[in-house]
Design a protein. Structure first.
Length: 332
Protein backbone atom coordinates (compact mmCIF):
# COMPACT_ATOMS: atom_id res chain seq x y z
CA UNK A 1 0.00 0.00 0.00
CA UNK A 2 1.11 3.55 -0.69
CA UNK A 3 2.66 5.48 2.17
CA UNK A 4 3.33 9.13 2.94
CA UNK A 5 5.06 11.18 5.61
CA UNK A 6 3.37 12.36 8.78
CA UNK A 7 4.34 13.59 12.25
CA UNK A 8 3.40 11.56 15.31
CA UNK A 9 3.84 11.89 19.08
CA UNK A 10 4.15 8.73 21.17
CA UNK A 11 5.06 10.38 24.48
CA UNK A 12 4.62 13.83 25.98
CA UNK A 13 7.55 16.18 26.25
CA UNK A 14 9.60 18.83 24.46
CA UNK A 15 9.64 19.59 20.73
CA UNK A 16 11.91 16.60 20.08
CA UNK A 17 8.99 14.19 20.64
CA UNK A 18 7.62 15.23 17.22
CA UNK A 19 8.74 12.44 14.89
CA UNK A 20 8.31 12.08 11.13
CA UNK A 21 7.27 8.57 10.11
CA UNK A 22 5.95 6.75 7.05
CA UNK A 23 2.25 5.95 7.29
CA UNK A 24 -0.21 4.23 4.98
CA UNK A 25 -2.28 6.72 2.98
CA UNK A 26 -5.82 6.23 4.30
CA UNK A 27 -8.87 5.58 2.15
CA UNK A 28 -11.76 8.00 2.64
CA UNK A 29 -14.88 6.55 4.21
CA UNK A 30 -18.47 7.65 3.78
CA UNK A 31 -18.70 11.43 3.67
CA UNK A 32 -14.94 11.88 3.81
CA UNK A 33 -12.31 13.53 1.64
CA UNK A 34 -8.70 12.49 1.24
CA UNK A 35 -6.79 15.77 1.15
CA UNK A 36 -3.29 16.25 -0.20
CA UNK A 37 -2.04 18.74 2.40
CA UNK A 38 -0.16 21.72 0.98
CA UNK A 39 -0.05 23.67 4.25
CA UNK A 40 -0.78 22.76 7.86
CA UNK A 41 -1.25 25.37 10.55
CA UNK A 42 0.84 25.22 13.72
CA UNK A 43 -1.01 26.39 16.82
CA UNK A 44 -0.17 27.12 20.43
CA UNK A 45 -2.81 24.49 21.23
CA UNK A 46 -0.58 21.92 19.49
CA UNK A 47 2.12 22.73 22.02
CA UNK A 48 -0.33 22.37 24.89
CA UNK A 49 -1.30 18.92 23.59
CA UNK A 50 2.33 17.90 23.14
CA UNK A 51 3.08 18.83 26.76
CA UNK A 52 -0.16 17.25 28.06
CA UNK A 53 -1.53 20.57 29.30
CA UNK A 54 -4.48 20.92 26.94
CA UNK A 55 -7.92 21.52 28.43
CA UNK A 56 -9.09 18.06 27.35
CA UNK A 57 -7.00 14.86 27.65
CA UNK A 58 -4.88 13.70 24.72
CA UNK A 59 -4.49 9.95 24.21
CA UNK A 60 -1.14 8.56 23.03
CA UNK A 61 -0.01 8.01 20.39
CA UNK A 62 -1.50 10.82 18.35
CA UNK A 63 -0.81 12.69 15.14
CA UNK A 64 -0.91 16.48 15.69
CA UNK A 65 -2.43 19.16 13.50
CA UNK A 66 -6.03 20.37 13.24
CA UNK A 67 -6.05 22.79 10.30
CA UNK A 68 -5.07 22.02 6.71
CA UNK A 69 -5.31 23.52 3.25
CA UNK A 70 -4.76 21.49 0.12
CA UNK A 71 -6.45 19.70 -2.76
CA UNK A 72 -8.94 16.84 -2.85
CA UNK A 73 -7.12 13.62 -3.82
CA UNK A 74 -10.06 11.21 -3.43
CA UNK A 75 -13.61 11.10 -2.11
CA UNK A 76 -15.55 8.53 -0.16
CA UNK A 77 -19.13 7.43 -0.85
CA UNK A 78 -21.83 10.02 -0.30
CA UNK A 79 -19.73 13.07 -1.15
CA UNK A 80 -21.33 15.40 -3.67
CA UNK A 81 -19.94 18.76 -2.58
CA UNK A 82 -16.37 18.37 -3.86
CA UNK A 83 -14.40 16.89 -6.74
CA UNK A 84 -10.87 15.59 -7.16
CA UNK A 85 -8.52 18.55 -7.63
CA UNK A 86 -10.67 21.05 -5.73
CA UNK A 87 -8.82 23.42 -3.41
CA UNK A 88 -10.17 23.09 0.13
CA UNK A 89 -9.67 24.40 3.64
CA UNK A 90 -10.48 21.90 6.40
CA UNK A 91 -10.71 21.51 10.14
CA UNK A 92 -9.56 18.05 11.21
CA UNK A 93 -9.46 16.34 14.58
CA UNK A 94 -5.82 15.26 14.10
CA UNK A 95 -3.27 14.22 11.45
CA UNK A 96 -2.85 17.73 10.08
CA UNK A 97 0.96 17.51 10.10
CA UNK A 98 0.78 15.01 7.24
CA UNK A 99 1.18 14.81 3.50
CA UNK A 100 -2.30 13.30 3.27
CA UNK A 101 -5.16 13.44 5.75
CA UNK A 102 -8.84 12.63 5.97
CA UNK A 103 -11.45 15.34 6.46
CA UNK A 104 -15.22 15.33 6.75
CA UNK A 105 -16.66 16.79 3.57
CA UNK A 106 -19.10 18.83 5.65
CA UNK A 107 -16.21 20.69 7.31
CA UNK A 108 -14.41 21.48 4.04
CA UNK A 109 -14.58 25.02 2.72
CA UNK A 110 -14.05 25.79 -0.96
CA UNK A 111 -10.81 27.75 -1.22
CA UNK A 112 -10.64 30.39 -3.97
CA UNK A 113 -7.55 30.31 -6.20
CA UNK A 114 -6.53 33.79 -5.06
CA UNK A 115 -5.97 32.70 -1.44
CA UNK A 116 -2.62 30.99 -0.93
CA UNK A 117 -2.64 27.71 1.04
CA UNK A 118 -0.50 28.90 3.96
CA UNK A 119 -2.49 32.11 4.28
CA UNK A 120 -5.71 30.09 4.22
CA UNK A 121 -4.77 28.02 7.29
CA UNK A 122 -4.80 31.24 9.30
CA UNK A 123 -8.55 31.47 8.70
CA UNK A 124 -9.34 28.27 10.59
CA UNK A 125 -8.61 28.07 14.34
CA UNK A 126 -6.90 31.44 14.55
CA UNK A 127 -9.27 33.26 12.22
CA UNK A 128 -12.35 31.79 13.88
CA UNK A 129 -10.95 32.62 17.32
CA UNK A 130 -10.29 36.21 16.30
CA UNK A 131 -13.72 36.53 14.68
CA UNK A 132 -15.70 35.10 17.60
CA UNK A 133 -13.71 37.05 20.18
CA UNK A 134 -14.43 40.32 18.40
CA UNK A 135 -17.97 39.57 17.18
CA UNK A 136 -19.49 37.39 19.90
CA UNK A 137 -17.49 37.47 23.15
CA UNK A 138 -17.76 41.24 23.57
CA UNK A 139 -19.24 44.35 21.98
CA UNK A 140 -16.35 46.53 20.79
CA UNK A 141 -18.19 49.47 19.22
CA UNK A 142 -16.87 52.67 20.77
CA UNK A 143 -14.71 50.72 23.23
CA UNK A 144 -11.09 50.72 24.33
CA UNK A 145 -9.53 47.29 23.82
CA UNK A 146 -6.38 45.38 24.84
CA UNK A 147 -5.11 42.39 22.81
CA UNK A 148 -2.36 40.19 24.21
CA UNK A 149 0.23 39.00 21.66
CA UNK A 150 -0.97 41.56 19.12
CA UNK A 151 1.71 40.54 16.62
CA UNK A 152 0.75 36.85 16.67
CA UNK A 153 -1.48 34.89 14.34
CA UNK A 154 -4.67 35.50 16.34
CA UNK A 155 -3.67 38.95 17.52
CA UNK A 156 -2.98 40.47 14.11
CA UNK A 157 -6.41 39.41 12.87
CA UNK A 158 -8.09 40.58 16.08
CA UNK A 159 -6.61 44.05 15.68
CA UNK A 160 -8.07 44.41 12.19
CA UNK A 161 -11.44 43.03 13.26
CA UNK A 162 -11.62 45.12 16.43
CA UNK A 163 -11.11 48.28 14.40
CA UNK A 164 -13.73 47.19 11.90
CA UNK A 165 -16.12 46.52 14.81
CA UNK A 166 -15.75 50.12 15.98
CA UNK A 167 -13.06 49.96 18.65
CA UNK A 168 -11.79 53.51 19.23
CA UNK A 169 -8.54 52.64 21.05
CA UNK A 170 -6.50 49.46 20.73
CA UNK A 171 -3.60 48.54 23.00
CA UNK A 172 -1.56 45.37 22.78
CA UNK A 173 1.52 43.53 23.96
CA UNK A 174 4.53 41.80 22.43
CA UNK A 175 7.88 40.58 23.70
CA UNK A 176 10.24 42.57 21.45
CA UNK A 177 10.41 46.01 19.87
CA UNK A 178 10.41 44.41 16.41
CA UNK A 179 7.09 42.71 17.19
CA UNK A 180 5.68 45.84 18.76
CA UNK A 181 6.51 47.86 15.66
CA UNK A 182 4.85 45.21 13.46
CA UNK A 183 1.68 45.51 15.56
CA UNK A 184 1.74 49.30 15.36
CA UNK A 185 1.90 49.07 11.57
CA UNK A 186 -1.11 46.77 11.78
CA UNK A 187 -3.13 49.44 13.58
CA UNK A 188 -2.40 49.20 17.32
CA UNK A 189 -2.39 52.56 19.09
CA UNK A 190 -0.28 51.58 22.12
CA UNK A 191 2.09 48.64 22.49
CA UNK A 192 3.55 47.51 25.82
CA UNK A 193 6.25 44.97 26.59
CA UNK A 194 4.92 41.57 27.65
CA UNK A 195 8.20 40.81 29.42
CA UNK A 196 8.45 44.01 31.45
CA UNK A 197 6.23 44.31 34.56
CA UNK A 198 4.31 47.39 35.66
CA UNK A 199 2.98 48.53 32.29
CA UNK A 200 -0.61 49.14 33.44
CA UNK A 201 0.19 52.80 34.11
CA UNK A 202 0.97 53.24 30.39
CA UNK A 203 -2.51 52.02 29.51
CA UNK A 204 -4.17 54.21 32.14
CA UNK A 205 -2.24 57.24 30.93
CA UNK A 206 -3.16 56.56 27.28
CA UNK A 207 -6.85 56.17 28.20
CA UNK A 208 -6.81 59.34 30.36
CA UNK A 209 -7.35 57.29 33.48
CA UNK A 210 -10.50 55.61 32.18
CA UNK A 211 -8.95 52.18 31.59
CA UNK A 212 -9.90 49.39 29.21
CA UNK A 213 -13.44 48.43 28.34
CA UNK A 214 -12.43 45.00 26.97
CA UNK A 215 -9.19 43.11 27.56
CA UNK A 216 -8.23 39.81 25.89
CA UNK A 217 -5.72 37.64 27.77
CA UNK A 218 -4.32 34.24 26.83
CA UNK A 219 -1.11 33.38 28.67
CA UNK A 220 -1.82 34.13 32.33
CA UNK A 221 1.23 36.37 32.52
CA UNK A 222 -0.76 39.58 31.99
CA UNK A 223 -3.89 38.77 33.95
CA UNK A 224 -3.19 40.68 37.18
CA UNK A 225 -1.77 43.71 35.37
CA UNK A 226 -4.82 43.90 33.12
CA UNK A 227 -7.13 43.92 36.13
CA UNK A 228 -5.31 47.04 37.34
CA UNK A 229 -6.29 48.94 34.20
CA UNK A 230 -9.70 47.43 33.51
CA UNK A 231 -12.40 50.10 33.47
CA UNK A 232 -15.57 50.06 35.59
CA UNK A 233 -18.05 47.69 33.90
CA UNK A 234 -15.12 46.40 31.82
CA UNK A 235 -14.78 42.80 30.64
CA UNK A 236 -11.67 40.61 30.73
CA UNK A 237 -11.90 37.74 28.25
CA UNK A 238 -9.67 34.75 29.01
CA UNK A 239 -9.08 32.83 25.76
CA UNK A 240 -6.02 30.71 26.36
CA UNK A 241 -3.74 29.11 28.92
CA UNK A 242 0.01 29.43 29.18
CA UNK A 243 2.23 26.34 29.29
CA UNK A 244 3.42 27.22 32.80
CA UNK A 245 0.29 29.03 33.97
CA UNK A 246 -0.82 28.41 37.53
CA UNK A 247 -3.31 31.21 38.09
CA UNK A 248 -4.91 32.13 41.40
CA UNK A 249 -7.68 34.69 41.39
CA UNK A 250 -10.10 36.15 43.94
CA UNK A 251 -13.37 36.85 42.08
CA UNK A 252 -14.37 39.41 44.70
CA UNK A 253 -11.87 41.77 43.01
CA UNK A 254 -14.50 42.25 40.28
CA UNK A 255 -17.19 43.53 42.61
CA UNK A 256 -16.21 47.12 43.32
CA UNK A 257 -16.10 48.16 39.67
CA UNK A 258 -18.85 45.87 38.35
CA UNK A 259 -16.35 44.10 36.14
CA UNK A 260 -16.85 40.82 34.27
CA UNK A 261 -14.59 37.84 33.57
CA UNK A 262 -15.48 35.66 30.59
CA UNK A 263 -13.90 32.48 29.29
CA UNK A 264 -13.56 31.53 25.62
CA UNK A 265 -12.88 28.03 24.22
CA UNK A 266 -13.18 27.63 20.46
CA UNK A 267 -14.04 23.88 20.41
CA UNK A 268 -17.07 24.71 22.55
CA UNK A 269 -18.59 26.45 19.52
CA UNK A 270 -18.58 23.26 17.46
CA UNK A 271 -21.80 21.92 18.94
CA UNK A 272 -25.06 21.76 17.05
CA UNK A 273 -26.38 25.00 18.55
CA UNK A 274 -23.38 27.09 17.47
CA UNK A 275 -22.51 25.49 14.12
CA UNK A 276 -24.56 28.08 12.16
CA UNK A 277 -22.41 30.78 13.76
CA UNK A 278 -19.25 28.89 12.75
CA UNK A 279 -20.50 28.63 9.17
CA UNK A 280 -21.24 32.35 9.02
CA UNK A 281 -17.88 33.22 10.55
CA UNK A 282 -15.95 30.92 8.18
CA UNK A 283 -17.53 32.41 5.07
CA UNK A 284 -17.15 35.95 6.42
CA UNK A 285 -13.42 35.38 6.91
CA UNK A 286 -12.91 34.17 3.34
CA UNK A 287 -15.01 37.03 1.96
CA UNK A 288 -13.04 39.58 4.00
CA UNK A 289 -9.75 38.32 2.55
CA UNK A 290 -11.16 38.39 -0.98
CA UNK A 291 -12.33 41.99 -0.49
CA UNK A 292 -8.93 43.00 0.89
CA UNK A 293 -10.42 43.94 4.26
CA UNK A 294 -8.53 41.25 6.20
CA UNK A 295 -4.88 40.44 5.68
CA UNK A 296 -3.41 37.21 7.08
CA UNK A 297 0.34 37.43 7.52
CA UNK A 298 2.28 34.17 7.24
CA UNK A 299 5.34 34.91 9.30
CA UNK A 300 7.12 31.54 9.17
CA UNK A 301 7.11 28.46 6.96
CA UNK A 302 8.73 25.18 7.99
CA UNK A 303 9.30 21.87 6.23
CA UNK A 304 7.47 18.84 7.65
CA UNK A 305 10.59 17.51 9.35
CA UNK A 306 11.08 20.92 10.97
CA UNK A 307 7.96 20.60 13.10
CA UNK A 308 10.11 20.59 16.24
CA UNK A 309 11.75 23.83 15.13
CA UNK A 310 8.33 25.37 14.58
CA UNK A 311 7.23 24.44 18.11
CA UNK A 312 10.50 25.67 19.56
CA UNK A 313 10.13 28.99 17.76
CA UNK A 314 6.60 29.53 19.07
CA UNK A 315 7.55 28.59 22.63
CA UNK A 316 10.57 30.87 22.45
CA UNK A 317 8.45 33.85 21.34
CA UNK A 318 10.39 33.99 18.09
CA UNK A 319 7.41 34.09 15.73
CA UNK A 320 4.98 36.64 14.33
CA UNK A 321 1.83 36.08 12.32
CA UNK A 322 0.81 32.62 11.13
CA UNK A 323 3.19 29.65 11.42
CA UNK A 324 2.74 26.85 8.88
CA UNK A 325 4.25 23.51 7.95
CA UNK A 326 4.62 22.61 4.28
CA UNK A 327 4.33 18.79 4.31
CA UNK A 328 5.74 18.18 0.83
CA UNK A 329 8.93 20.03 1.66
CA UNK A 330 11.59 18.16 3.64
CA UNK A 331 14.64 19.98 4.95
CA UNK A 332 18.02 18.32 4.46
Amino acid sequence: MESAKQVIVDHFGGPDVLKVVDAVIPSPGHGQLLVRVEAAGVLYGDIMRRTDRYLTPTSLPYAPGTEVAGTVAAMGPGVSTAAVGDRVLCRVASHGYSQYTLADATSALALPDSIEFGEATGLLAQGLTAYLLTHDAANLNGKSVFIEAASGGVGMQMVQMARAQGATFIAGSASSEEKRELARRNGVDLMVSSVTPGWSHEVLEATHGLGLDVAYESSGAMFSELLKCLAPFGTLVKFGRGVNENQTFDPSHLLGKNQSLRGFYLPGYFDQAHLPMIDVASQALIDSVLRGELKVRVGHRFALNEAALAHHAIEGRLTTGKVVLEPWRLAE
